[in-house]
Design a protein around this ligand. Structure first.
Ligand code: KIV
Length: 283
């Protein structure tokens, strides 16, 4: 069994200090978590992307704390070696620090070892409250999908000098408030490099170039289970949707042609039961 990954291990793992890049993947259920863990990922993120890739919503704003807790529990029941991080849904950490701690505690009790939340300086009071309740926090800045309405869509962030420096400043503030790691999403690669050099904690990139301390992708995107048009940072390593449709089509054909089930796929009666039942020729 692989060694368990912990929050302190992730916090310290900086590539510039000689560490191997961190690997994070999303998973939302037990089979997915087992696959990700057996693939050797360091972290499993029960992302609010569950809204789009599993629950069929158009954006991530629809999921609730109960939804994430339900999926986190399924992942945690597999007892992975990877660190389990639960995403805090929109509006679960925006109203008050008390609400934030209560909602995060629900996710920890469901089996998460840390939570992730989106946003910069405005989230500092919430992050500090979580850290003082002993709940480890992963930050998430840049393109933050829960802000899609405020941002006017899913837009790359930090393209001009002022915005780039704003991200560096936000990352420093999050690290100072106690975040053990920071996701950088949808930012130009040189900005991710600047942020990664500016903070002592690990950075995890998605659409943020090669210089982060780790990379994260969504399970369904990596495996080709999604048919939507992918952002350019997604690399697809399999086409499981097409493979799945082909297998299911074969099953449907076998049922319709009578080729499924065959005798080896059927249960037998006890010896003598066929005669007793008057089923001549049956076994
Ligand atoms: O919800 C999610 O999957 C995420 C990652 C893409 C970082 O937040």
């Amino acid at each position: 069994m692989a060694q368990r990954c912990t929050v302190p291990v992730v916090r310290e793992r900086k590539v510039a200090r000689g560490g191997d890049p961190l690997v994070m993947l999303t998973a939302y259920d037990a089979p997915g978590a087992r696959m990700v863990d057996q693939a050797g990922a360091d972290m499993i993120l029960v992302g609010d992307s569950v809204a789009m890739v599993v629950l069929g919503y158009d954006d991530t704003l629809q999921v609730t704390v109960e939804d994430i807790a339900h999926h986190t529990a399924a992942v945690a029941r597999t007892h992975p070696s990877a660190l389990v991080i639960a995403d805090m849904p929109w509006m679960s950490y925006h109203v008050s620090t008390a609400d934030t701690v209560k909602n995060a505690a629900t996710l920890i009790r469901a089996g998460a070892q840390a939570v992730k939340l989106e946003g910069g300086r405005r989230r500092i009071p919430m992050i500090e409250a979580l850290v003082s309740a002993e709940i480890p926090v992963m930050g998430h800045i840049g393109l933050t999908p829960q802000s899609m309405n405020a941002m006017g869509g899913y837009r790359v962030q930090g393209r001009d000098a002022e915005a780039a420096l704003g991200l560096v400043d936000a990352a420093k503030a999050l690290a100072h408030a106690g975040c053990f790691s920071i996701v950088l999403e949808g930012v130009p690669a040189p900005v991710a490099t600047m942020v990664t050099e500016a903070v002592e904690v690990s950075t995890i990139g998605i659409g943020a170039g090669p210089d982060c301390d780790g990379q994260v992708l969504v399970f369904h995107d990596v495996l080709g289970l999604e048919q939507r048009i992918m952002p350019k940072f997604v690399r697809r390593y399999a086409d499981l949707f097409d493979l799945g449709v082909a297998a299911l089509t074969e099953f449907a054909g076998d049922v319709r042609s009578g080729e499924f089930p065959e005798p080896a796929e059927c249960y037998r009666l006890d010896d003598g039961a066929a005669d007793a039942l008057g089923l001549y020729g049956a076994a």
